[in-house]
Each structure stands twice: as structure tokens, then as C-alpha cells.
Design a protein around this ligand. Structure first.
Ligand SMILES: [Zn+2]
Length: 251
């Protein structure tokens, strides 16, 4: 939490950062108390944690209640993707080479359940568990190497999303390779480009609109929308809100 606090000071100044820290600590204390005295209603499929409620997700200018697993920090999106990868995509049966961009901590052990899949975790920043440091716009991989490319909430932050999509298409194996991708989309139709890195929006350079699927198609992909296909009970228990993602192939 110290690193998070120092980042907030750097981005927003010490007064705003300290007010935010106090709010986070108070809400976390409330959730810890709730989880210690009230019966469990939530389960995290990623790590097995059970409790009354998840931690709230609080950033400057934004708060999402009941969002983050206290044990593995998974959010709704991670939990939905985890269940889909495990139960519907059957990741443990996959073979070949997978390139996982900005690897999510909550999914880390799931990749290890696929003994025939060579998984390379790729990120721009050095972090625990990253195998290759690389920029999505200039990837150090040969063309057609990947049977699976995993890329979630990354294209929002790269300098040029079209160049990055071209690179993803280049490294994806023709015919059988699958790109599984999502972005933090807004409610508007057209993508809004900021032209700069907005630190108040987690470093995003754009907010994709409902035209994201069109952008994938323009980059040469055949695009299929995906849905984790969970019951209402599963969504409630796992704390999942439906969020679109896509499976893309190329000829
Ligand atoms: Zn968890």
C-alpha cells in the first residue's frame, strides 16, 4: 500500500493522496470487520477466498463497491475470465505457445494448469513473474509464433492502438491462432482518443467505444464476441458483472 500511496502523491499531491488513503483504510477496516462477523456470501473462483464482501475499489475520482478479492486482488473481470478459461475454454487442454500481455496476478496459477502450453508473460514494466519485457507496438517475436494471445485492458494504454493491433496480428498464427482480447470500453459509440496519457484514468490514452469490434476487424481479424455464460447465482456468488470480450482469428 505504501507504493500505491507514493504513486498517488506523485500524481495528485500529498493532501489529496492522504484524504484518499484515509478513505481506503476506513473502508477496508469496515470490510474486514464485516467478513469476520457476518456469514460468507461471496467466493473468489481464482483463489478460493470466501467472505461477506470484497474490498471496495477506490481510486481518485472513482469508487466501485464490493470489487476486489482481499486475498488475490481479483476484480469482476478477472473472475469472469478465470471461470471462462477454466470451464469453457478448457485452458488445461491447450497446446502451443501462449503470449500473455500484462499478466494478471489472479490468473497466474491457471496458466500453469496447461502442461502442453508454453506460456510467456510479457509486459512493458519489470514485475514479478514477467518473462519478456516488450512494447506491444514493437514485439520481439517472430511472425506467427503464437497459438494464443491474451491481451486485456492493455490497448487502452498503448501509444498507438492500431500499430499494436497490427503487431498482435503479425505474431498470431494464421488459421488456428486465437487472440482473446478486451478493453475498458465506455458507453459511447466511437472511440475517444485523448492524445496523452491520462493518469486520472489509470494511464489510459483513449476510451474505446462500441466500435472496438470494428477496429479489430479493420486490423484483419475475424471477430467473435464472447460471454462467460454464467448463471445469475454464479454472478452473485463470484461478484461478476458481464463485460464484453472477444475471440479473434486471422486467415
Ligand atoms: Zn481471490
Amino acid at each position: 500500500m505504501l507504493a500505491w500511496y507514493l504513486n498517488q502523491i506523485s500524481d495528485h499531491g500529498i493532501t489529496s493522496a492522504t484524504v484518499l488513503l484515509a478513505r481506503v483504510v476506513w473502508r477496508r477496516a469496515f470490510v474486514v470487520l464485516s467478513n469476520s462477523v457476518l456469514p460468507a456470501k461471496r467466493t473468489c473462483p481464482c483463489c478460493g477466498w470466501q467472505g461477506r464482501r470484497f474490498f471496495d475499489y477506490i481510486e481518485m475520482g472513482y469508487a466501485g463497491p464490493n470489487a476486489a478479492c482481499p486475498r488475490c486482488d481479483s476484480h469482476s473481470r478477472h473472475r469472469a475470465l478465470f471461470v471462462w478459461l477454466r470451464d469453457q475454454y478448457l485452458i488445461n487442454e491447450k497446446r502451443g505457445t501462449a503470449l500473455v500481455f500484462a499478466p494478471e496476478k489472479a490468473l497466474a496459477h491457471l496458466w500453469r494448469t496447461a502442461p502442453s502450453l508454453r506460456v510467456y508473460r510479457v509486459d512493458l514494466e519489470p514485475a514479478r513473474g514477467v518473462d519478456v519485457l516488450a512494447d506491444l507496438m514493437r514485439l520481439p517475436f517472430p511472425s506467427g509464433i503464437a497459438s494464443l494471445v491474451w491481451c486485456h485492458h492493455v490497448l487502452d494504454q498503448v501509444e498507438d492502438a492500431r500499430v499494436a493491433l497490427d503487431e498482435l496480428g503479425r505474431i498470431l498464427r494464421s488459421g488456428t491462432g486465437e487472440l482473446i482480447v478486451s478493453v475498458a470500453s465506455g458507453t459511447q459509440e466511437e472511440t475517444v482518443e485523448f492524445g496523452f496519457c491520462d493518469k486520472s484514468l489509470s494511464g489510459r490514452r483513449r476510451v474505446f467505444g462500441s466500435d472496438f469490434a470494428d477496429r479489430l476487424a479493420e486490423a484483419g481479424f475475424k471477430v467473435s464476441p464472447l460471454n462467460p455464460d454464467l448463471t445469475e447465482d454464479q454472478c452473485r456468488k463470484y461478484g461478476i458483472r458481464a463485460e464484453p470480450f472477444f475471440l479473434c482469428t486471422k486467415n
